[in-house]
Write a protein of this length. Structure first.
Length: 351
């Protein structure tokens, strides 16, 4: 199998009227007629075309190579920059190509990616990570939470970093009162606090029994994270913005975080390396965005904790992720198990 080129689509989609996102979708083409799929999010509207162009140029440099050689291909894309600064755009384009290569690798041998990566399990806990910010009227929030429970979710995540601490504490207490004692509640503080305020939040929410407190202080303040971790009774989760293995190494060595959150920027190849490194420190791993791809390495490793479902990419695909009794049921289909919705790609195209 050889890479022969690609097609990119810039698309803005909306999930259930609650969350919209603009994504650059990559279709990596091969001489076998099968294609690898991935997408990149969080690209500024003015940079969409640039992202697509970088992806296309990078794929051109892989033409004729076997997509199954994921280490070789990823090294070829960012290798010249290893040890020196690499632009974020290049890194994120390379990571999307890596994801599409893994999709092809699975399709070529008729196996789901998570099985190729280790296949630890085929059902894993999943959390609903949308529309749970403080702000909307409480009856609206309650209706959303009840809907999530009815759909089988048993874990929810609320971003509270931009509320005052009293408002954030009140918000999570209200969520607990609606979902009952069994449902896991995750709170993201979005890097917004100093150590003392983060510890105050942790103290005042002890009775709520949070599953974890995420990003309590600035992402570069490793010492601050370690202080919060040492002082809080609830687990701490950090890592979502890091793009290099050494940043996770520092996080683990300095004992900053109980769990490690990894995004797609290292590709699936890098995600897996960080997950194995975290295992050596006894730390579970979680994805940040791109659950359709990143659920695979989480299902593959023994220290995969839970998949966070940020659903803004879901409308790109014909099949929604399947949730049963609080668990994501991994697809048995080859590769990432994703089928693009061709109508959506046309109807929701960004020009
Ligand atoms: Mg976060």
């Amino acid at each position: 199998m050889k890479i022969t080129g690609c097609e990119t689509h810039a698309v803005t989609v909306n999930y259930e009227g609650m969350m919209s996102g603009t994504h650059v979708v990559l279709r990596l083409r091969t001489d076998q007629g099968i294609e690898g799929i991935s997408y990149v999010s969080r690209v500024g509207p003015r940079n969409i075309r640039a992202m697509a162009l970088v992806m296309e140029a990078m794929v051109e440099s892989l033409n004729g190579l076997d997509p199954s050689n994921t280490e070789e291909n990823f090294r070829k894309l960012i290798g010249p920059s290893l040890g020196a600064p690499v632009s974020g755009l290049e890194l994120r384009a390379a990571s999307a190509i890596d994801v599409a290569c893994w999709d092809l690798k699975g399709k070529a041998v008729g196996q789901p990616v998570y099985k190729l990566m280790g296949g630890f399990r085929d059902r894993l806990p999943i959390s609903a990570n949308w529309a749970l910010m403080p702000g909307p009227p409480k009856d609206k929030l309650q209706a959303h939470l009840e809907n999530l429970l009815a759909r089988g979710f048993r874990a929810v995540k609320a971003p509270c970093g931009f509320a005052t601490i009293p408002a954030a504490v009140d918000h999570v207490k209200f969520i607990r009162s609606v979902v009952g004692p069994e449902v896991k509640i995750i709170v993201d503080l979005n890097f917004q606090h100093g150590v003392k305020d983060a510890l105050r939040f942790a103290r005042e929410t002890e009775e709520v029994d949070l599953y974890w407190i995420e990003d309590p202080v600035a992402f570069h303040d490793y010492e601050g994270m370690a202080e919060v971790r040492a002082g809080a009774r609830q687990p701490i989760t950090c890592g979502e913005v890091y793009q290099f293995q050494h940043e996770f190494k520092w996080l683990l060595e300095k004992r900053c975080s109980d769990n490690v959150m990894i995004d797609q920027d290292l590709g699936l190849t890098g995600f897996l390396k960080v997950a194995h490194m975290a295992q050596a420190y006894g730390c579970p791993v979680i994805n940040h965005l791109a659950p359709e791809a990143l659920s695979h390495p989480i299902a593959a490793v023994p220290n995969g904790l839970i998949v966070g479902l940020v659903p803004w990419g879901q409308p790109l695909f014909t099949e929604p992720m399947k949730v049963e009794d609080g668990n994501l049921v991994m697809s048995a289909a080859p590769g990432l198990g994703l089928t693009l919705d061709e109508d959506v790609l046309v109807k929701c195209a960004v020009n």
